[in-house]
Ligand binder design. Structure first.
Ligand code: PLP
Length: 401
């Protein structure tokens, strides 16, 4: 066994915005025996998860499932549809948008990165007007794809994907629309077909409540068409061979059998609760979390209430306080992990994850840990965030039948 140097009583509170805590029901499913990935039992499992995952993306098109982290599915989206030197319009919403852009460069594409300067763009969603303006100037259609992040996990800001679609259409531009909803899927409303997305990228370890190790590309007919002439090198990521074998529930290589058992269980759990109820639960918890931050007298990273993330909340530190030092105090004293500030926000904020199987009491415990940690760190607080969140969560609940 892995030797850990301490074993605190009770559960570790994994309140980072992914990996999110894996429910026991899913862990038990993952522990089923590993089977022959070419045998009859596996084909049935493959068909089941391939059909089930489409409901989460809200698509009738194929969804490719990779045994890879989300980063792999980012690469797959670009490598399948684009050619060396292609210009791609990418929008800077935060650290993950920046990493995707770096990957585009590494693959030999020519990304053009737009957005607001400094951290301004890291506090708001994609400005669809800026996308439209840029596309209108591209009369020669040199831009082959527009890439945006739906739920920017580094900041706690979502973006209006339908508005980006409208902007592309208003400009009359043929660019593909590619969206990263690695942390948004199954926590925030997402509609691959209705929003006219050509490639949606997602992963297993956030809203889907699975361990890391699975990622997805949902595609469109237009993306599949582009893949026929795209010239970036691709082998492992190539959609065509996978889609062909998926017809019978199999993969061209060994898929991660046990994680697919987990995916099957996760899909069942989400469908039992109902997607709309899952989304409403996330919105409610996020609202209570923001009530706590505001009661502490601290700032939420997202400054546009229309695009607050239901997945996580970014908490900005007052000047003179290092968010990572506070995270360490909370980890050491209360056995809880919070998300670190990434990129431009390093040290300036921490992130509270409230996604996946999160509920009222897991949020309350999380906020209590934060409040105690902030006090221990000497951060001056205006009031009790815990009390504010309790008020928010009890509002609208009945006291008796
Ligand atoms: C987590 C995440 C990624 C990276 O996924 P990995 O599984 O760590 O490779 C990319 N984009 C967003 C928005 C994410 O939340």
């Amino acid at each position: 066994m892995l030797k850990l140097d301490f074993h605190p009583a009770g559960r570790h509170f994994l309140q980072i915005p992914g990996p999110s805590p894996v429910p026991d029901r899913i862990l038990r499913a993952i522990s089923y025996p590993t089977i022959d990935h070419r045998g009859p039992e596996f084909g049935a499992l493959g068909l089941q998860v391939l059909a089930g995952i489409k409901k989460i993306f809200k698509t009738e098109q194929p969804v490719i499932i990779y045994p890879a982290s989300g980063t792999g599915a980012w690469e797959a989206a670009l490598a399948n549809t684009l050619s060396p030197g292609d210009t791609v319009l990418m929008y800077e919403t935060g650290h993950f948008a920046t990493l995707w852009k770096k990957m585009a460069e590494a693959l030999g594409l020519t990304p053009e990165f737009i957005g607001l300067p400094g951290i301004e763009g890291w506090r708001r969603g994609v400005d669809a007007g800026m996308v439209e303006e840029r596309l209108r100037k591209d009369a020669q259609h040199a831009i082959k794809a527009v890439c945006v992040v739906h739920n920017e996990t580094s900041t706690g800001v979502t973006s209006d994907i339908a508005a980006v679609r409208k902007a592309i259409d208003a400009a009359g531009h043929p660019a593909l629309l590619m969206v990263d909803t690695i942390s948004g899927l199954a926590s925030a409303d997402y509609r691959h077909d209705e929003w006219g997305v050509d490639v949606t990228v997602s992963g297993s370890q956030k809203g889907l409540m699975l361990p890391p190790g699975i990622s997805f590309n949902a595609v469109s007919k237009k993306a599949l068409e582009a893949a026929k002439t795209a010239k970036l090198p691709k082998a492992f990521w190539a959609w065509d061979e996978i889609i062909e074998m998926n017809a019978a529930g199999y993969w061209p290589y060994t898929p991660n059998t046990n994680l697919l058992y987990g995916l099957s269980e996760a899909l069942e759990m989400i469908m039992e609760e109902g997607l709309d109820k899952v989304f409403a639960r996330h919105q409610r918890l996020a609202k209570a979390c923001r009530a706590a931050v505001h009661a502490w007298g601290l700032e939420v990273q997202c400054i546009d209430p229309a695009v607050y993330s239901p997945v996580l909340t970014g908490v900005m530190m007052p000047p003179g306080f290092d968010a990572d030092a506070i995270r360490k105090i909370i980890y050491d004293n209360f056995n809880m992990s919070l998300g670190t500030g990434l990129g431009k926000m390093k040290g300036g904020m921490f992130r509270i994850g409230h996604l996946g199987e999160a509920n009222d009491l897991s949020l309350m415990a999380t906020l209590a840990g934060c409040e105690m940690g902030l006090k221990l760190a000497g951060v001056p607080l205006a009031g009790s965030g815990v009390a504010a969140a309790m008020n928010e969560l009890t509002a609208g609940k009945r006291s008796r039948d």
